[in-house]
Write a protein that binds this ligand. Structure first.
Ligand code: PMP
Length: 359
């Protein structure tokens, strides 16, 4: 067996010890005589997995009691529509900040349900910065303010919670959840797909404050309704049971590593050395304004794009995979989520230096 360093933006690298544990428990989970895949979602074994999943996430993120935690399907993309469907609560407007490709998608889907006020946009800079919060045009009649805390494609990340000036704050944390500490109480709703920092694709975490639940239009189908899903413990439809289990194992791994605060220090150091290597080179360049550079997704452009193909080919030969940048941005992108070890980033930095020297 030879495993590579996988820099994919998602689905992405898993902690190896979690894969080994899943392998060990595959045929017989804790003496149950069955695989988690085979369990009834209403049975006693799976109920335990579900309870631990929620309590571990609550502990890791210090989620206050007046928030519900849901584990849904449809990806973060489904939430682009579920959010306005559930929390407009009779209002006709919502504010959105446009900082990249994922904000744009959220805005596009919200437009089917409300008037979207684009409070700020960094499109003019080709999404390489975050507009100054002081200049955001917030509408006090809006039901909420939505922003994407980390733009996975453009590599732009909020370093602080923006001041929503009294509006309910909603954030897509798909690509940086659990990578840094977050004060949940500042938000009305946080959502994230699990396929980056939390485990496999197929589960979407929604953390939503109690007062926002129960206001969906009567026409909203049950599986899309936060109130209905809360009432049914996220089991209104059959949940993605095996994926819940894997997310649960990743959360236990995270706890054993010291939790989110420890992970944040680790991520700061990992990202800093990669950006330093990029900034010191004459071949590589990161286009993002330094203050907003992502700790999770590090895009870089080669000075000569004719070298892109050779870079990909040689990096794969060196055991470094999925470094090709998103097609809309070009160049390269290294995604270095929680599960990317120091050794992976060190190997990438060494490879980049060697490639620069030989080209
Ligand atoms: N938001 C962000 C920030 C993302 O990175 C992604 C996926 N890359 C999504 C939303 C969409 O997630 P999904 O594919 O799970 O719907």
């Amino acid at each position: 067996m030879s495993r590579v360093f996988n820099f994919s933006a998602g689905p992405s690298a898993f902690p190896e010890s979690v894969l080994q544990q899943a392998q060990q428990e595959m045929l017989d989970w804790r003496g149950s005589g069955m695989s988690v895949m085979e369990m009834s979602h209403r049975g006693k074994h799976f109920s335990l997995i579900a309870e631990e999943l929620e309590s571990d996430l609550r502990e890791l993120m210090a989620i206050p009691e007046n928030y519900k935690v849901l584990f849904l399907q449809g990806g973060a993309s489904a939430q682009f529509a579920f959010i306005p469907q559930n929390i407009l609560n009779g209002k006709t407007k919502a504010c959105y900040v446009n900082t990249g490709a994922w904000s744009e998608k959220a805005i596009k889907d919200a437009k089917a349900y409300c008037d979207v006020v684009v409070s700020a946009s960094s499109e003019e800079s080709k999404f390489t910065t975050i507009p100054d919060v002081a200049d955001w045009a917030l509408d006090s009649e809006a039901a909420y303010l939505h922003y994407t805390s980390n733009e996975t494609i453009h590599g732009v990340e909020f370093q602080n919670v923006p001041d929503a000036k009294g509006l309910t704050l909603v954030s897509d944390m798909s690509s940086n959840i659990l990578s840094r500490t977050v004060d949940v109480s500042q938000y009305g709703l946080i959502y994230a797909g699990t396929q980056k920092n939390m485990g496999p694709a197929g589960v979407t975490v929604v953390i939503v404050r109690d007062d926002l639940i129960g206001h969906a239009d009567k026409k909203v189908p049950g599986v899309f309704s936060y109130a209905e899903q809360v009432k049914n413990g996220s089991m209104l439809n059959t949940p993605a049971t095996y994926n819940w289990y894997l997310v649960g194992l990743v959360l236990k791994w995270l706890k054993a590593r010291g939790g989110v605060a420890a992970m944040e220090q680790f991520n700061i150091a990992k990202a800093a050395k990669l950006y330093q290597a990029i900034d010191q080179s004459t071949l590589y360049r990161n286009p993002v304004e330094k203050a907003y550079r992502s700790r999770m997704n590090v895009p870089f452009i080669l000075a000569d794009e004719n070298l892109d193909k050779a870079f990909i080919k040689d990096s794969e030969a060196a055991g470094l995979y999925e470094l090709k940048g998103h097609r809309s941005v070009g160049g390269m992108r290294a995604s270095i989520y929680n599960a990317m070890p120091d050794a992976g980033v060190d190997a990438l930095i060494a490879f980049m230096a060697e490639f620069e020297r030989s080209h």
